[in-house]
Design a protein around this ligand. Sequence first.
Ligand code: BES
Ligand code: MN
Ligand code: ZN
Length: 500
Amino acid sequence: MLEISFAKPVAPKSGGVAILVAEGVVASKTGLAGVAGSVDKACDGAVLRALKAARFTGKKGSSCVVLAPGAGLSRVVAIGLGAGDKIDERGIEDAGGTAAAALANEETAAIAADELTRPQAASLAMGAVLRSYRFDLYRTKEKPEDKPKLATLTVLADDPAKSKAAFAPMQKVAEGVFLARDLVSEPGNILHPVEFADRLKPLSKLGLEIEILGPKEMKKLGFGAFLGVAQGSAIEPRMVVMKWLGASKGAKGKKPAKPVCFVGKGVTFDTGGISIKPAGGMEDMKWDMAGAGTVAGVMAALAGRQAKADVIGLVGLVENMPSGTAQRPGDVVTSASGQTIEVINTDAEGRLVLCDVLHYAQKQFDPALIVDLATLTGAIIIALGHEHAGMFANDDALAQKLEAAGKATAETVWRMPLGDAYDKQLKSDIADMKNVGGRPGGSITAACFIQRFIDKDRPWAHLDIAGTAWSSKDAPTVPKGATAFGVRLLDRMVAEHHEG
Ligand code: BES
Ligand code: MN
Ligand code: ZN
């Protein structure tokens, strides 16, 4: 992970420097101020001249690199902040991310945050760290000159000690994001259900209680739907329960509040099973465990920053394979709730996993609210593209909390409908329901299926993250690849509504 250090705002004498430039500053009479001004002065005005020549105006999202401007510096990167009165936490984070990318080839680099407040300086650092993520475990031949060099980024801030303190919990969240990205990036042959569960064991070092259940325990619990998916694979399924009791541990004598529950779909590879998927693009289905990756990541974040909340994360880990032991289209399975399901399409497996884990979560922990995350349907990509996750909720207050936390963290959700008219599409001729509702409203009927396993009056939201778990292009704080969508969103929701 990119290391962040905080130091007093003094213009650096070597390496790279990023400066933040609000709209209009370049053309103004006063020009650059603070560290940016000192840098420009040391370079005899070369920075400002270059920015003018490049017609850099400081527009939000823009940046301009000035190479070898003088004064021993190898590069100055100007990052546009947009109009001064519209600069928010998101914009600052994005600026940090853009700066980190532009400085990646420097050995030493600094970023001037002397014009920012303390929390803003911390957000700038957070953005830089989030952008610096790389998954290069399997690149053995990358030339050193192609690898990013930057190991430590110095944030130049007015009160380094206080900015550092503000950044400390953010760094723990970044560690959760990196854990989720690592898990999602791993291929299916390496990260199968057993390996995934094993990789969660060390989280106990953070103070999480980790419990792992295998097929024997699942059979006892009556997980017929989950085990039906697992039966085609040579590798055993796992369910992992991660408990973080950050509120009840500290509270003496007080009866702890009901916990928050997060549940993730963890299909470590989804071939479709006997209803097999086409070959083109099937490799993408290694990230069909992104919901589980996110739940693991958010639990690590909460424990890492010692959140004062009781939160329980559960993941259902399984591989969906075609084989002589695989379930057949038309099979009827009995879920842990007792409801029977006719499996029309073995590729609609995520809901079969979630229904048993969700039932268990509610019976075992009686949560105050439950949020599940799943790469559940291709249809949500058709509906919302890659810009929002689909959100389905039976509770307006919960939906609003998630919407707000999503906006604050750039992990945005868009609410979709539920309702009896859709739910009807799941009617089966021989069992309590079918596992598919046909093509119309595919994401909605999937959510309706899940809702059938949610207790009446239990606040619940389902996030369909099929379109947001993976990205094919760089964004300011999210390099292309696994996004860890949901880690920051859920961490923020807990921080804003379930602590203290
Ligand atoms: N894991 C897929 C959903 C998916 C598709 C995620 C594309 C990301 C990209 C899920 O298990 C699935 O196969 N869903 C089917 C449901 C259908 C059979 C009702 C789908 O979306 O096609
Ligand atoms: Mn599938
Ligand atoms: Zn799937």
